[in-house]
Design a protein around this ligand. Structure first.
Ligand code: DAH
Length: 355
């Protein structure tokens, strides 16, 4: 058997073996390297008798091509195998929980909103929402606050266009309008959400949170308002005794209007709600002004009701002992970790709101 045939037969078997990429490269250089077996055969050409040379060259070329093709194919196979192996190893089961699972915390403001919603839902209120970008009509005019009304200036409004038609809502009260336009009375809703005013210091943020309340039905009076708010404050602060006072006030969209203060005292440097002789203002409220009801085409002879607007951030600060409003919006993980809540502990009136 010629050398060429021996090389061929020998290497065809070798290439078929289970090889890795280094081993096949090794074979490649054994055959085709500078002093490789096939290369050396080519060097022999000149010394071969002329009558055999043509045949020798042709056989050699055939073997060279055959082996080269086999090697190229083998390298491809090995690479595909490697990729498949890697894919197999790196397969991700997206249904499994993340291994370095970090459970985030619920922000105290979100927690308070959940608590507030839970408390009011207990006495029949449902939750409504409105957009942060509001029109001037819903935010002011429909709420009996016409152009040039001094209350407009007091709101430090962020307007979004030169005509002052679009704005960032300055309170959640426009959700009253949206709700009453959309449906028919009776209404018993709360509307928590973000509100905006151009104002910023230790106790004011340009973005803050309010919850609006609206209860319209036949024969609703100020007594209902008082009972509702009294229940809410007690539930929210999770105490049985609460000192609360209604102070006459003015809002364009209610008549009569009141502001509500709760009693507190400072004990060992901490605020204690429900005792003492200091007063803290926490919300505005009143009987919905007939003009507001007329604006949304509600028969004021048949229907009346109360509304209220509560500042959520301040309530959350009081309940959870947070003394700088700005900390709410700094997104400091250490702070959140300390003041945040377990996401699986959904507030409920039965299991407890915050513990
Ligand atoms: N919208 C008022 C504010 O932001 C708060 C308010 C007061 C809302 C009285 C009411 C209300 O619904 O009846 O200052």
């Amino acid at each position: 058997m010629s050398d060429i045939k021996k090389i061929r037969d020998n290497f065809i078997i070798k290439i078929k073996e289970n090889l890795d990429i280094n081993q096949i490269n090794q074979i490649k250089s054994e055959l085709f390297g500078k002093n490789g077996l096939v290369s050396s055969q080519f060097k022999k050409l000149s010394s071969i008798a002329e009558n055999e040379r043509k045949q020798f060259a042709s056989d050699l070329n055939n073997v060279k091509n055959e082996l080269q093709n086999l090697i190229v194919k083998k390298i491809q196979d090995i690479e595909i195998k490697e990729i498949n192996k890697k894919l197999e190893k790196e397969k991700i089961d997206v249904t499994l929980p993340e291994r370095n699972f970090y459970r985030g915390k619920i922000h105290p403001v979100s927690q308070s909103i959940d608590e507030i919603s839970s408390i009011f839902s207990e006495i029949g209120f449902s939750v409504e929402e409105g957009p942060d970008v509001e029109n001037e009509y819903n935010n002011f005019t429909a709420l009996n606050t016409p152009d040039n009304h001094p209350a407009r200036d007091m709101h430090d409004t962020f307007y979004l266009d030169d005509n002052k038609e679009l704005l960032l809502r300055t309170h959640t009260s426009p959700v009253q309008i949206r709700t009453m336009i959309k449906d028919k009375p009776p209404f018993k809703i709360i509307a928590p959400g973000r509100t905006y005013r151009s104002d910023s210091d230790q106790t004011h943020a340009p973005m803050f949170h309010q919850v609006e309340g609206l209860h319209i039905d036949e024969n609703i009076n100020m007594g209902h308002l008082k009972g509702c708010l009294n229940y809410f404050i007690k539930e929210f602060f999770e105490i049985d005794k609460i000192k609360m006072r209604f102070r006459p006030s003015h809002f364009p969209f209610t008549e009569p209007s009141a502001e509500v203060d709760i009693g507190y005292e400072i004990k060992d440097g901490k605020i204690v709600i429900g005792e003492g002789d200091k007063w803290l203002e926490i919300l505005g409220c009143g009987m919905v002004h007939p003009n507001v009801l007329k604006n949304v085409k509600i028969d004021t002879k048949k229907y009346q009701g109360y509304a209220f607007g509560i500042g959520i951030d301040r309530l959350a600060m009081l309940k959870y002992g947070i003394n700088d409003l700005r900390a709410f919006f700094e997104c400091d993980y250490r702070w959140l970790n300390h003041f945040g809540f377990d996401p699986l502990d959904v507030p409920s009136n039965y299991r407890g709101l915050s513990r």
